[in-house]
Design a protein. Structure first.
Length: 134
């Protein structure tokens, strides 16, 4: 069965909530095929990052979010702001609170949504977890 292209482009967001890992795995493969054809497509890098994150492939997701932001960091595109938020969350999850905070602060003046304002506090709240207990 082939997934229609339009559905394929947006399915990462839809499936994120349902956690259907087998479906997401096939979406990841399709996303990577499309990235191979056009590695400079920031939206496809974003979609692949979303799917990798849902699958628990955190380092792959981080790399893809970083690449998506390197290709397009214009917060006028909603997926760019989501990329920033997701990447900061993954930095925090992987004990990189300083990187998370720097990323959120870098875009704080450009991103004006309530969600971004809430998310910018998260790395600060989790920052103490960066240092292992003695």
């Amino acid at each position: 069965h082939r997934i229609p292209k339009l559905v394929l482009l947006h399915i990462g967001n839809l499936l994120m909530n349902w956690q259907y890992k087998t479906i997401i795995s096939s979406v990841v493969k399709s996303n990577h095929i499309m990235i191979d054809k056009n590695p400079n497509d920031p939206y496809m890098n974003f979609q692949a990052a979303q799917s990798e994150r849902v699958l628990g492939n955190i380092e792959k997701a981080i790399d893809l979010y970083e690449r998506a932001l390197a290709l397009n960091n214009n917060v006028e595109y909603p997926y760019v702001e989501i990329s920033i938020q997701m990447l900061a969350g993954l930095y925090t999850l992987t004990q990189r609170g300083k990187e998370a905070m720097a990323l959120m602060e870098q875009y704080a003046k450009q991103c004006r949504t309530a969600k971004f304002a809430l998310d910018i506090r998260q790395p600060v709240l989790n920052f103490s977890f960066e240092r292992p207990c003695a």
